[in-house]
Design a protein around this ligand. Structure first.
Ligand code: GLU
Length: 303
């Protein structure tokens, strides 16, 4: 039984301005934690140097504050925590779970069966079967990425909103990359290490990450970290039914701020979340007593 107070988290990727979908996840993650007197931490997932910039980190924090969302402690920057990821990587290596993968992008695609429900590919594990000699030859011509070897067993968990979700990692996911060939540690590893190190007990995020969760639960076990509870939110869709992306400029916060005051925008999100029953301006703090998981919609929606 958990006796200490729950801890939720914001984990935005500072690769551009936040859009309505990011605000939706942040608002509901915050309400879920604060409505039970829980803590809230902020982690900037800025590991990818090609996509993330320091000025976006500052912007994310200003945008959360503008919306009326706060967090405890100093923000954590993943780009400054490489040592922790390296340590976890070595632990997994010590368990004989890591192997180098020399496939190019094209080879990776060819080596993959596209039978995941979310359309992503399942790697067939071919580099895990290379002999020492073959590895040595390939090392001369290419820097490898590093994969973790997953078991063919079913992993399941009870999501706060989506119910039970199960995956067989070997069949549905395949050996996945933990470190890219340019040395950057992968999201799956960093997120598990950080949720553990930051004492996160509740992960609330978009349902696009539902299928990452079995991988994360499995890594938590390998690294002797506790399992947080998970709530995967329905996605907000663009008017044409696509998922919102950073390129949808009219749903981006800079644009939204020219049309709405923060409480109006929060009110739109709260209405979509069934926390209020008519359009009204409202602050996150005023929503705290109105929040409950039972009220949230299960299906993706268009705002
Ligand atoms: N950084 C990820 C994103 O912005 C979220 C990761 C997570 O919540 O686990 O999509």
């Amino acid at each position: 039984m958990r006796t200490s107070k729950p801890v939720g988290r914001f984990a935005p990727s500072p690769s551009g301005r936040m859009h309505l979908g990011n605000l939706w996840s942040c608002l509901l993650a915050w309400l879920s934690a604060r409505s039970v007197g829980g803590g809230m931490v902020l982690r900037l997932e800025d590991l990818d140097p090609d996509r993330c910039r320091p000025e976006y980190c500052d912007q994310v924090m200003r945008d959360l504050e503008w919306l009326g969302l706060d967090w405890d402690n100093e923000p954590v920057y993943q780009s400054r925590r490489t040592g922790l990821y390296a340590e976890a990587f070595r632990k997994l290596e010590g368990q004989g779970l890591i192997y180098p993968c020399f496939c190019t992008r094209a080879e990776r695609l060819a080596a993959s069966a596209p039978h995941r429900s979310d359309g992503t590919a399942v790697y067939d594990g071919r580099c895990g079967r290379l002999s020492e000699g073959q590895r040595a030859e390939l090392e001369k011509i290419r820097r490898p990425a590093w994969r973790v070897r997953v078991p063919g067993e079913e992993l399941s968990f009870a999501d706060l909103l989506q119910g039970r979700y199960a995956e067989n990692l070997a069949r549905d996911c395949g050996d996945f990359i933990l470190r890219r060939s340019d040395g950057v540690y992968a999201y799956q590893l960093a997120v598990v290490v950080d949720d553990g190190a930051m004492g996160v007990t509740q992960v609330v995020r978009g349902s696009d990450l539902l299928s990452s969760t079995p991988r994360q639960l499995w890594l938590q076990d390998r690294l002797s970290l506790p399992h947080p509870e998970y709530g995967h939110l329905p996605l907000l869709l663009a008017p044409d039914g696509r998922r919102l992306a950073k390129r949808d400029r009219d749903q981006e916060l800079g644009r939204l701020q020219t049309r709405y005051a923060a409480p109006e925008l929060v009110g739109r999100l709260a209405l979509a979340a069934n926390l209020i029953d008519r359009p009204q301006a409202i602050t996150p703090r005023e929503l705290i007593p109105l929040f409950s998981w039972e009220k949230l919609p299960g299906e993706d929606l268009t705002l």
